[in-house]
Ligand binder design. Structure first.
Ligand code: HEM
Length: 144
């Protein structure tokens, strides 16, 4: 995975602003219509939150000590949204489809591999923290 290549590609894609998140959610709800009911009727705020989180993740992709706790918190919060680990692949597929669409001719096999690897790690850290919390632990220090 080449962190700089990811950052450059996200900067290119992010230049399209809100369209990116709107495209992403349209793709996701077409891919898996049952996911629509997890989200609010009006998606504007959610689109903004997603883009903010993604840009935080991408800018810290080579800063594991800061990224991991961020992803663990985000993953744990997703327990409260009715998200289960089986949903992560659909979200990954829509993310890659969105990045490919907005990258246009810049999209490449290398970028696809980089993003798939990065999303795989993000999803793993989020889902593991969520599962741990759901099993009663807080994913933190044991209580003494
Ligand atoms: C890269 C992975 C993901 C990122 C960066 C992400 C980001 C976010 C953010 C920033 C929020 C706002 C709430 C908060 O910060 O606590 C949120 C909410 C939410 N996310 Fe995710 N998410 C991811 C994966 C998923 C997956 C796999 C699903 C499954 C469908 C999902 C469904 C939801 C739902 C349902 C909400 C709550 C919407 C609401 O009721 O307001 N997310 N997500």
């Amino acid at each position: 995975m080449d962190p700089q290549r990811l950052k450059d590609n996200f900067a290119l894609v992010g230049g399209n602003g809100g369209d990116v998140a709107a495209y992403f959610y349209s793709d996701l709800f077409e891919r898996d219509p049952q996911l629509r009911k997890l989200f609010p009727a009006s998606m504007a705020k959610q689109e903004e939150k997603l883009l903010t989180a993604l840009s935080h993740i991408v800018s810290h992709v080579d800063d594991t000590p800061s990224l991991v706790p961020f992803l663990q918190d985000l993953g744990r919060r997703h327990n409260g949204f009715g998200v289960v680990s089986e949903y992560y692949p659909q979200v990954g597929a829509s993310l890659l489809a969105t990045l490919a669409y907005f990258s246009g001719p810049e999209w490449s096999a290398e970028l696809e591999q980089d993003w798939a690897a990065a999303y795989g790690l993000v999803a793993q850290v989020m889902a593991e923290a969520a599962a741990e919390a759901a099993n009663g632990g807080q994913g933190a220090e044991p209580t003494a």
